[in-house]
Write a protein of this length. Sequence first.
Length: 151
Amino acid sequence: MVAIRVIREDGADPAIALPAYETTGAAGADVRANLPNGNSIMLEPGQRALIPTGLRIEIPNGYEVQVRPRSGLALKHGITLPNTPGTIDSDYRGPLGVILLNAGQESFEIAHGERIAQLVVAPVVQAAFEPVEVLSDTDRGAGGFGSTGRG
C-alpha cells in the first residue's frame, strides 16, 4: 500500500469524503466534486469544465496518480475526461481539478459531492532516450494504425 498525503483547499467543504475505493477489488479510488458554496455545475453537450475537488495531494517519488473516467458516467451520460488518463506527477502540489467533458446528447448537472472520476496510483519508470543510427528489426516493422488486422 502506498500512502498519498491529502490536505483540503482553503474553503473546501470538509463534509465531502476523501478519495475512497468503493469495493475491495477496486483499482481506482473515486474522487468527488467539491464545488464553491455547495453549488452545482451544468455541463452542456460538447462542453468541458475544470471541476474542483477541494484537495491537494502529495504523491511519493516513483509514483503518479492517473485520473480516469467513471465508467457509469461515461456509459449512461457521456461524461468523460478529454485527457484520459490524466497524470498527476509526484512533484505537483497544486489544486486537484478534474477536466470533465460532456460527450453526451443531454445537459448534465454535476452536484456538489458527486463522484466524478477515479484516481489510480501507479509506479513510474523514467527512461533514458538515446540517439542511435539504426533501430532493431521486428516482424511488425513500421506498420501501425490497424496494420495487424481490423482497426
